[in-house]
Design a protein. Structure first.
Length: 213
């Protein structure tokens, strides 16, 4: 089975298993999404969702984030981990958004990548979820499962992203990532994956090799 056919079958199986899979971060606009995604680095979406309601009630615009005291900001996001770097990057990004883009989060990849603390993963989340622009979000789940399934041999997230883009039509990219992430959380964990419960184990290179990690 070639990679395109495998990706299609994997997608169909996982959509059937996780029909409601979607972005688990809670947000109301692209700015909130950008900030929530930055906070989610090295943190669970569940924990971020505990922090953001109070955060977004207190700070609502890019200008608010650009001008808030860093110490106060750090206290508000402390429980998401690495809060000093996150506060610094988010504030720097919001200063650019406020000054260069009139307070509106830019909707182009190259513009998002110019913002401090924003890589391709974060940019793709913002584009796909906030603006409806197709993109492949390669988080740890997507990268891990794609390699286990044999859809890529790459470890670099950017290379994985571009390989996966070739396997499915762009209107399926977002949902494909959602179901892979859900599968990674429930079944195909980094350690001790539940292969006997996996609906795509018959297509998994790792399962066939029995080289479980």
């Amino acid at each position: 089975m070639n990679k395109k056919n495998k990706a299609k079958r994997v997608f169909e199986k996982l959509v059937e298993k996780y029909p409601g899979a979607k972005c688990s971060l809670e947000f109301e606009n692209p700015l909130q999404l950008l900030i929530a995604t930055q906070l989610s680095a090295q943190c669970t979406d569940k924990q971020v969702n505990k922090v953001t309601p109070g955060l977004f009630e207190k700070l609502q615009t890019a200008s608010d984030f650009a001008n808030v005291d860093l110490g106060e900001f750090g206290n508000l996001i402390h429980s998401t981990g690495f809060y000093k770097n996150k506060a610094k990057n988010i504030q720097a990004a919001c200063k650019i958004i406020s000054g260069k883009y009139n307070g509106n989060v830019p909707s182009r990849m190259e513009e998002l990548l110019e913002l401090p603390g924003v890589g391709r993963k974060t940019a793709n989340v913002v584009l796909s979820e906030g603006f409806g622009v197709p993109g492949i979000v390669v988080d740890t789940h997507v990268g891990r499962i794609a390699k286990r399934l044999g859809l890529t041999n790459e470890d670099d997230p950017v290379k994985v992203e571009f390989e996966l883009m070739k396997l499915l039509p762009d209107f399926e990219w977002k949902k494909f990532c959602h179901v892979l992430i859900e599968h990674g959380r429930e079944i195909c964990m980094s350690r001790n994956p539940k292969c006997k419960e996996c609906v795509v184990s018959d297509m998994c290179d790792l399962y066939r090799s029995n080289n479980l990690v």
